[in-house]
Each structure stands twice: as C-alpha cells, then as structure tokens.
Design a protein around this ligand. Structure first.
Ligand code: ATP
Ligand code: PRP
Length: 212
C-alpha cells in the first residue's frame, strides 16, 4: 500500500494547467476534479490528497508540513521566501515580473512610490538599484495605481502585455521570468523520498517531452 501524499494546489489560473500536467504524467485524476468546489479532494487510486489553496498560500501549507508537495509560481516563491525546497520547474503559467508605469515619466525625486502585490520583491529590487522608494501593497488591479496617481511605478506580472497596453502603461524593467514550480516540505522529502522521486521522474518526462 502506497503512503498518502498531500499536494497543495493553487486555485486560479495555474490549476487547470497543473491538473493537465499531472494527467499527462500518468496520474489518474477523475474528470469531475476541475468542477468541484471542495477544498480537499482525495484521489484514492493514486493515494493523493489535494488541498486547494490561494496561490500565495501554497508555500505556507508546504512549509508547515500539512502538505508534502505544492505547486507555486516562482513569483510567490520570491515573495514568500518559505523554508521549502524547489524540486522542479514545471514550465507552466509562464509570465514575468516587471516594473511598469505611465510612459515618459520619471519617478518622483521626493518619496517615490511603488505599488505592488509583491512588496518584498519590489522592495528588494529597488534596494538593489540603490533607489529609496515607498512600497504600497495592493491585492489586485495593480495597474490602477499609476493611472489614478497612487504610485509612480508598479511591480506586477506581465504575460501578454494586454493589461499594460489597455491601461496606457509601459514596461520599464524586467525583473524575473516566472513559471510554476513543484515544491516540497524538507521533512517529507526525506521521509517520503521514494514516492516523491517517482512523481518527480514522471513529471520530468512530460516536461522534457518523453511522454505525451
Ligand atoms: N497573466 C498571467 N499569465 C500567466 N500566469 C500568470 C498570470 N498572472 C499570474 N500568473 C501566475 O499564476 C499564478 C496565480 O495567478 P492567479 O491570478 O490565479 O492568482 P492570484 O492573482 O494570486 O489569486 P487571486 O486573484 O485569487 O488573489 C501567479 O502566482 C503567477 O505565477
Ligand atoms: O499581461 P497580461 O496577459 O495582460 O496579464 C497580466 C495581468 O494578469 C494579472 O492580473 P490578474 O488577471 O490575476 O488580476 P488581478 O489584477 O486581480 O491580480 C497581472 O496582475 C496583470 O494585471
């Protein structure tokens, strides 16, 4: 009998791609998996327990050991800096973190402001640039901030660039390329290594195009 593994899955846009990847890797997930509103889903035949969490919270569940594995965007990993290991770049949900703002504007000389859902990433970036800025934490619709005069710049995710264009904003600097990662609790990695290695091997084959 295989041991039960708990996997923290991000609700939202990564979820479908992650489920698809697991299926391609040969895991038998029921068709109703995507339509469920349940937050805990047991898949007996695979001995998996999935917990469905807010994307930003996935590393928290894994760090505390209530989930063995998790799937999280690199953006979340950079922001949260949790005590977990990154096992695999799943190469899904690709996007990047960038500094953006209104075109042809310089940052305010006095008390420049940067709005972001990623205050730690934003603070670290501007610190490295030697620029003193005030970080304003927002939870979404970040592009509003420079338009409405809340901030000089934003640090946010860009994927197609459509949101920036439609709101009359431009990209100033690219901070980091982002994809989703498979993460593991350090203790689980030692105690459930065989099971976890098997999952990593199967996912690696899919990512490298060995299976389809
Ligand atoms: N526009 C995008 N295109 C591709 N991937 C993205 C995009 N925006 C975010 N992501 C990636 O998907 C992850 C989850 O994004 P999603 O929008 O589902 O969650 P969220 O915005 O953190 O959640 P919520 O909207 O519930 O607060 C992000 O952490 C990032 O890695
Ligand atoms: O470059 P694009 O393809 O336009 O994608 C980028 C947008 O997607 C994300 O927002 P999301 O849709 O998650 O909404 P949010 O503002 O509520 O975070 C991100 O914060 C950008 O606003």
């Amino acid at each position: 009998m295989k041991e039960m593994l708990t996997i923290a899955m991000p609700k939202g846009r990564i979820f479908d791609e992650a489920v698809e990847l697991l299926r391609q890797a040969g895991f038998n997930l029921p068709p109703e998996f995507e339509d469920s509103r349940k937050l805990i889903i047991d898949v007996e035949q695979e001995q998996f327990r999935f917990i469905l969490a807010k994307p930003m919270d996935v590393p928290t569940y894994v760090e505390h050991g209530v989930a063995d594995l998790g799937i999280a965007g690199k953006d979340v990993m950079l922001e949260e800096e949790r005590d977990v290991y990154e096992l695999l770049d799943l190469k899904i949900s690709a996007c990047y973190l960038a500094v953006a703002g209104l075109p042809n504007t310089k940052m305010n000389d006095v008390a420049p402001k940067v709005a972001s859902k990623y205050p730690n990433v934003a603070a670290a970036y501007f610190r490295e640039q030697g620029e003193q800025v005030e970080i304003i934490k927002l939870n979404g619709s970040i592009e509003l901030a420079p338009i409405i005069g809340l901030s000089d710049r934003i640090v946010d995710i860009v994927s197609t660039g459509k949101t920036l264009v439609e709101n009359g904003l431009v990209e100033y600097e690219r901070i980091a390329d982002i994809t989703s990662r498979l993460i593991v609790n350090p203790v689980s990695y030692r105690t459930k290594d065989e099971r976890i290695s098997e999952i990593v091997d199967k996912l690696t084959d899919v990512i490298h195009g060995v299976r389809s």
